[in-house]
Design a protein around this ligand. Structure first.
Ligand code: UT7
Length: 311
C-alpha cells in the first residue's frame, strides 16, 4: 500500500538567455560561468506568469497520469517567486486548472528544496489516507526576483515549472521508500530575499552546505530505504551548479553516468529543478519504472534533504 507517482510534467519558457547575452549585461564571461557552474544558458519567462508555467506543467502531469483533474484533492505548490503576496499561488493554479471540487491548495516556502518538501507532505497526507490524489508543483519565475546588475547571482538562475501527480493505491507498494528532510534556520542569512525583493547569497558558504547536506541526507535516505549507493540506478539532484553535483557524486561513490544533469541548459530553477529533470529523464528513457531513484536538494532556509523512490 502506498504513494504512486502517476505522472510528471514540465514547462520551460521559450526565451533562451545565453552566457554571451549576459556578457553584454554585466562584467562576466562565458568562461567564468561555465567553469564555476557548468551553466551555458537558462530560460526566461518574458510572456509567462508563474501561474501559467505551473498550469502548463500540471496539465502535462495530469495527462501523463491519465486521471480526471477533478480527482485531485490536494495541490501543494513550492515557490520562492509567488505570483502575489497572498493568496497562495496554488489557489491561482486551482482556478487556472478550472477545478470545481474545492481541492485543498496551499504554497510552501522551502526554496530549492521545495519540491521534495511538497512531495513528502503529499506522501504523508496520502499514506494517512486523508487525501487520495495530490498534485505537487515546483514553479519559479526567478527572473522577477533577481538583481540583474549583480553578477554574483544573476548568472545562476532561470525560470520554469515542474509537477507530479501522486495517488494512494492501497494494493500497490509505495514509490516513496524514504525521506530525510532538514532545516537549519540559524544559517538563513547566507541565502534569502531582501526587502527590496532581490535574492542575496553568500555563494561559497552555500556551496559547502549544499555538498555536505545533500551527501549526508542522501546516505541516510539510501540506508533508510534498505539500499546501498550501488543500488541507486539514477540520481536526480537539484540543479544548482555542476561542481556541486560532481562533488556529490564523488562523495556518494556513484558514477556521473548515473546522475541526471540539465543545469547547463536551464541554470538553477529552484523548486522547479527536480520535477523538470524528472520529466526530461522520463522523456529521454533515463528514468524508467522499477528504478531506484535518489532525489536530493539544498536551498535557502537553509533547507535540504533527500528521498529515495522505487519509481
Ligand atoms: O540552489 C541553492 C542555492 N545556490 C547554490 O547552490 C550556489 C552555491 N554556490 C556556488 O555555486 C558558487 O559559490 C558560485 C558559482 C556562486 C560562485 O563560485 P565561487 O567559485 O564560489 O566564486 P566566488 O564567489 O568565490 O568568487 C570568485 C571571484 C570573485 O572575485 P575575486 O574576489 O576573487 O576578485 C567574484 O567577485 O569571481 C568573481 N565573480 C565573478 N566573475 C565573473 C563572481 N561572480 C562573477 C561572475 N563573473 N558572474
Amino acid at each position: 500500500m502506498g504513494t504512486k507517482i502517476l505522472g510528471v510534467g514540465a514547462y520551460l519558457p521559450s526565451k533562451v538567455l545565453t552566457n554571451y547575452d549576459l556578457e553584454k549585461m554585466v562584467e562576466t564571461s562565458d568562461e567564468w560561468i561555465t567553469e564555476r557552474t557548468g551553466i551555458k544558458e537558462r530560460r526566461i519567462a518574458e510572456n509567462e506568469t508563474v501561474v501559467e508555467m505551473a498550469l502548463k506543467a500540471a496539465e502535462k502531469a495530469i495527462e501523463q497520469a491519465q486521471i480526471d483533474k477533478e480527482e485531485i484533492e490536494l495541490i501543494i505548490l513550492a515557490t520562492l517567486s509567488p505570483q502575489l503576496g497572498f493568496p497562495a499561488t496554488a489557489c491561482l493554479v486551482q482556478e487556472a486548472l478550472g477545478l470545481e471540487n474545492n481541492a485543498m491548495a496551499f504554497d510552501i516556502s522551502a526554496a530549492c528544496s521545495g519540491f521534495l518538501y511538497g512531495l513528502d507532505i503529499a506522501d504523508a497526507y496520502l499514506k494517512s489516507q486523508k487525501k487520495k490524489t495530490a498534485l505537487v508543483i515546483g514553479a519559479e519565475k526567478l527572473s522577477s526576483i533577481i538583481d540583474w546588475s549583480d553578477r554574483s547571482t544573476c548568472v545562476l538562475f532561470g525560470d520554469g515549472a515542474g509537477a507530479a501527480v501522486v495517488r494512494y493505491e492501497p494494493e500497490d507498494p509505495s514509490d516513496v521508500l524514504s525521506s530525510k528532510l532538514y532545516t537549519k534556520g540559524k544559517e538563513w542569512k547566507i541565502l534569502y530575499r531582501d526587502l527590496c525583493g532581490y535574492l542575496k547569497m553568500e555563494g561559497r558558504k552555500v556551496f559547502k552546505e549544499a555538498v555536505n547536506g545533500m551527501t549526508k541526507s542522501s546516505l541516510e535516505a539510501i540506508k533508510e530505504a534498505g539500499l546501498t549507493p550501488e543500488d541507486i540506478d539514477l540520481v536526480i539532484p537539484h540543479q544548482a551548479n555542476f561542481r556541486i553535483i560532481k562533488a556529490l557524486a564523488e562523495k556518494l561513490n556513484i558514477p556521473l553516468e548515473k546522475v541526471y544533469v540539465n543545469v547547463n541548459r536551464y541554470g538553477n530553477t529552484s523548486a522547479a529543478s527536480i520535477p523538470i529533470a524528472m520529466y526530461e529523464a522520463i522523456e529521454e528513457g533515463k528514468l524508467q519504472r522499477g528504478m531506484n531513484v535518489l532525489l536530493t536538494a539544498m536551498g535557502g532556509g537553509l533547507t535540504w534533504g533527500s528521498m529515495v523512490l522505487r519509481f
